[in-house]
Structures are given as structure tokens and as C-alpha cells.
Design a protein. Structure first.
Length: 226
């Protein structure tokens, strides 16, 4: 294996992303079940209520998968960084992003205009960090593909990076634009606009994530063969 550390690390990142995807699907199913039931308060988690037990099991499985995914990603990025510098950058951006999300959590319920703007900026910057994590990861995969003389995978990575950049740019624009619009337009109109744009972004995000996941899998297979 030409890049043993990157090979092991990228494989772990790929598996971690698969776990994240499965957890997301389970979360979506949970959301539908809870919404149809009229809210989580309508579930009793005591006794032998089968519906409540299914919800509880789904929640535990999703939480466990997300935890395992997080641990695998950390190990994977650290391992891959041994062969490619881009993965080191991804780790740095990820740490900054986590810190910003924690800060946003403390600011979320503040009602003053200034604090709302600070919250918006923090969320926008944290989204930017997530963008940099993904683009740094893809750049690292592109560099490994180049060094393995796989021009097709390198070209594919560049295309995926453009798609990811577009999706995250739209999301950041939505975060900031929604706040700016509230200064000039009524709340109902802003909510309608943001909901429509958010749906479009969600669809594009799913497409980008599937392409990203497929690319991770391709490069992981390449590294195992070389």
C-alpha cells in the first residue's frame, strides 16, 4: 500500500459517513413517526407500548451510530493526516466548527437584536468551517488520487468540491439573508421565502452528500489496492 496511513484513515472516514447516513435516515423516520403522533409527549416509554419502544430503540440506535461515527472520524482524520496535509487542515476546521456550535448554543435564546446578529454570524462562520472541512477532505482525496495517477478521480473530486461549495454558499447566504430580510419584510413573508429556499438547499445537500460519500468510497478502494 503506497499510503498506508491515508488508506486506513480514509476507510474509517468512509465508514463513519455511512453510519452518519444511516443515523440520518433513522432520524427522518423518527421525525415522521413523532409528527404523525402529534409530538413526543404523546409517547409513554413505560410499560409494553410497542410504538414507544420502537421510537426509543430508534433513538438509541441513531445516537449510538452518531457517537461511533464521531469517534471513527476523529481516528480516521488523524491517521490520514500522516500521509496528506489536507486532512490536518480538516481537523483544525472541524475543531473550530465545534467550538462555534457550542457558542451558538449559548446564544440561541438571547432576544436582543445585537445578540441575534452575533448568533447569526457565529452560525454562518460555523457553516463556513463545515464547508472547509469537506473541501479540505476532498482536496486531500484529490491529492492522493493524483499521486496514485488516477486523473479520473482527481477530476471527479474537483467537480464535487464545486458542488459542495455551491450548496454551502447557498446555506450561508440563507442564514445571513434571512436575518437581513427581517429588517425590511414581514416575518410571514421571510418565513415563506426561507422555507422554500431551505427545501431546495436540503435537496441539493442530499445530492452533494451522496456524491461525496461515493467519492470517499472510490478513493478508499483505490488506496487499498495501491
Amino acid at each position: 500500500m503506497m499510503f498506508p496511513k491515508a488508506g486506513k484513515g480514509v476507510t474509517k472516514i468512509f465508514i463513519a459517513e455511512l453510519f452518519t447516513l444511516i443515523a440520518g435516515v433513522i432520524g427522518g423516520i423518527l421525525y415522521v413517526i413523532v409528527t404523525q403522533a402529534g409530538g413526543i409527549d404523546n409517547f409513554s416509554f413505560e410499560g409494553n407500548n410497542s410504538s414507544s419502544q420502537i421510537v426509543l430503540i430508534c433513538f438509541i440506535v441513531a445516537a449510538a451510530l452518531l457517537l461511533l461515527s464521531g469517534l471513527l472520524k476523529i481516528i480516521g482524520y488523524i491517521q490520514a493526516a500522516g500521509d496528506e496535509e489536507y486532512f490536518t487542515r480538516a481537523i483544525i476546521y472541524a475543531v473550530i466548527g465545534v467550538v462555534l456550535y457550542v457558542i451558538a448554543g449559548f446564544l440561541q435564546n438571547r432576544t436582543s437584536v445585537v445578540m441575534e446578529w452575533i448568533y447569526t454570524i457565529v452560525i454562518a462562520v460555523s457553516e463556513l468551517m463545515q464547508l472547509l472541512v469537506m473541501t479540505s477532505t476532498v482536496n486531500g482525496l484529490c491529492e492522493l488520487s493524483y499521486r496514485c495517477r488516477r486523473d479520473d478521480l482527481e477530476s471527479r473530486g474537483s467537480t464535487i468540491n464545486k458542488i459542495i461549495g455551491t450548496v454551502f454558499s447557498l446555506n450561508i447566504a440563507l442564514v445571513i439573508g434571512g436575518r437581513v430580510l427581517r429588517l425590511f419584510v414581514s416575518e410571514n413573508i421571510v418565513n415563506t421565502i426561507t422555507m422554500i429556499v431551505a427545501i431546495i438547499i436540503v435537496i441539493l445537500t442530499v445530492i452533494a452528500y451522496i456524491l461525496y460519500l461515493g467519492y470517499l468510497g472510490k478513493v478508499s478502494s483505490m488506496l487499498r489496492r495501491n
